[in-house]
Design a binder for this molecule. Structure first.
Ligand SMILES: Cc1ncc(C[n+]2csc(CCOP(=O)(O)OP(=O)(O)O)c2C)c(N)n1
Ligand code: SF4
Ligand SMILES: [Mg+2]
Length: 280
């Protein structure tokens, strides 16, 4: 088993919750490899932000996307080669701000992707502006008088949008988070994990989560129950809120087709295009 380490220098602030997410991903990939999902069958992408540096610290294939577009990027990877398992690492500003529509539509069509959101309630890389999940009253460079907006509840949004695997994790419960990632990657369909990620520099939430987060020991039986538990604030529940089996986007769109495997050689492509052109 490879440890997935890379030579890249780690520049996260000491104590950042991203370290726990990185460890959980490494543990999860090792377990998936034991199950036959080898690293060569995994592809990743990331947005732009502190979270995205995880791309540099994991020896896995893929490419950086742009801010908020990693959900679209991994959907493209999956459609091009349905044999891959794909993971998008996203920030909360990234996924719930600029990339929100990509996220919701991935859930709507049940795209067979995994999205891991490093939800630190702040634009970390750009030094602490408020995001769609910052609490009311949050003070930062763009909200010096305190945020006056109500935050999104990402789990409720994704449950309503149709994601078939919806979970919340916390790096302080490392093995639990690794387990959620394994289950999300195994799941056929749109898997979404909102990870409560403390940002020690701009939004240090360790005390709050250590005090108020609690593990669920079951999965809600209905969507209404899942929504009710997702909205609960104390305890803030960790675990799987939804896990349902539904046909996925690529299976419905192009059953049995794998564009990478079935790719025509250049001469055949030119012949086909010439025929199309001549018969227009
Ligand atoms: C299209 C675009 N808009 C804005 C930016 C500037 N930008 C870079 S990182 C970032 C904040 C990222 O915040 P978040 O997604 O929450 O990630 P974090 O740094 O907190 O992990 C922003 C606004 C950008 N790079 N590209
Ligand atoms: S600014 Fe926050 S999110 Fe970014 S590395 Fe530092 S602690 Fe982590
Ligand atoms: Mg953020």
């Amino acid at each position: 088993m490879r440890n997935l380490k890379t030579p890249a220098e780690n520049t996260w602030c000491p104590g950042c919750g991203n370290f726990g997410i990185l460890s959980a991903v490494r543990k999860a990939v090792a377990r998936l490899e034991d199950e036959g999902v080898t690293a060569s069958r995994l592809a990743i992408s990331a947005g732009i932000g502190c979270h995205a540096k995880i791309f540099d610290y994991l020896a896995l294939s893929g490419f950086y996307s742009i801010h908020g577009r990693e959900m679209a990027t991994v959907q493209g990877m999956k459609l091009a080669n349905p044999d891959l398992s794909v993971i998008a690492f996203a920030g909360d500003g990234d996924a719930y701000g600029e990339g929100l529509v990509h996220l919701l539509f991935a859930a709507k069509r049940n795209a067979d992707i995994t999205v891991v959101v490093h939800d630190n309630g702040v634009y970390g890389l750009t030094t602490g502006q408020f995001t769609p999940t910052s609490p009311e009253g949050f003070k930062g460079p763009s909200t010096p008088g305190g945020n006056v907006e109500r935050p999104f509840n990402p789990l409720a949004l994704m449950l309503e949008a149709g994601a078939t695997f919806v979970a919340r994790g916390y790096p302080g419960s490392l093995d639990h988070l690794a387990d959620l990632i394994v289950r999300a990657v195994r799941h056929r369909g749109c898997s979404f994990i909102d990870v409560l990620q403390p940002c020690v520099t701009y939004n240090d939430t360790y005390d709050r989560y250590n005090e108020h987060a609690g593990l669920m020991d079951d999965t809600p039986a209905t969507l209404d129950e899942a929504l009710a538990r997702a909205r609960q604030e104390d305890p803030l529940l960790l675990g799987v809120f939804r896990d349902e089996d539904k046909p996925t986007f690529h299976e419905k769109l192009m059953p049995d087709r794998n564009p990478v495997r079935d790719r025509l050689d250049r001469a055949s492509r030119i012949r086909r295009m010439t025929t199309l052109y001549n018969n227009r």
